[in-house]
Design a protein around this ligand. Structure first.
Ligand code: HEC
Length: 133
C-alpha cells in the first residue's frame, strides 16, 4: 500500500472516530419535531386511562425510571445516560413531546413503538406520567 493511501485511511479513521464523539448526545437537549410538539392527546386523562398507563409503566418503565419516576430504578445505575426526574422535568413539555420521546427513544431510552404498538396505550402512559409530581 502506498504511503499516500495509508495516510488517507488513517485520516478517514480519525474522522470517523471524531464523528462518533460529536454524535454522542449525552446531555444534549432532545429535539422534538414540531409535528409531535403540537400533537393533541386524543385521550382524556381519566381514571381508566391513568390506570392503564400505570400498569404499562410498571411493566415497561419502572426498571429504569423508578416507581415514583425519580430516575432511580434498579437498571438506572448501569446506563450511560441519566434517566432524569419525571417529577421535575416534564412540566413544560407538551403531551405530544412526551409521546414522541417514548415512541421513538434515543440511546439508552428504548423505543416503545413496537413493544407498545397501540398509540392509545402510549397516550395512556403519557397521562400516567402527568400524575408523577
Ligand atoms: C433501559 C432504561 C429505560 C427504560 C426501560 C425506559 N426509559 Fe425512558 N429514559 C431512559 C433514559 C436513559 C432517558 C434519558 C434519555 C436522554 O436524555 O437521551 C429516558 C428519557 C425518557 C423521557 C424523556 C424525559 C425528559 O425529561 O424529557 C421520557 C418521557 C421517558 N423516558 C419515558 C419512558 C417511558 C414512558 C418508559 C416505559 C414505557 C421508559 N421511558 C422506559 C431510560 C429508560
Amino acid at each position: 500500500m502506498s504511503t499516500k493511501k495509508f495516510s488517507m485511511i488513517l485520516l478517514l479513521a480519525a474522522m470517523g472516530f471524531m464523528y462518533s464523539f460529536s454524535t454522542s448526545n449525552v446531555g444534549d437537549p432532545w429535539v422534538v419535531p414540531a409535528k409531535y410538539k403540537s400533537m393533541a392527546n386524543p385521550l382524556k386523562g381519566d381514571k381508566a386511562s391513568i390506570a392503564e398507563g400505570k400498569a404499562l409503566y410498571i411493566k415497561h418503565c419502572k426498571s429504569c425510571h423508578g416507581k415514583e419516576g425519580l430516575g432511580d430504578g434498579p437498571k438506572a445505575a448501569q446506563l450511560k445516560t441519566k434517566c432524569g426526574d419525571f417529577t421535575a422535568d416534564l412540566g413544560p413539555q407538551t403531551d405530544g413531546a412526551l409521546f414522541y420521546k417514548l415512541t421513538e427513544g434515543r440511546d439508552d431510552m428504548p423505543s416503545f413503538k413496537k413493544k407498545i404498538p397501540a398509540d392509545e396505550d402510549r397516550w395512556s402512559i403519557v397521562n400516567y406520567l402527568r400524575t408523577l409530581k
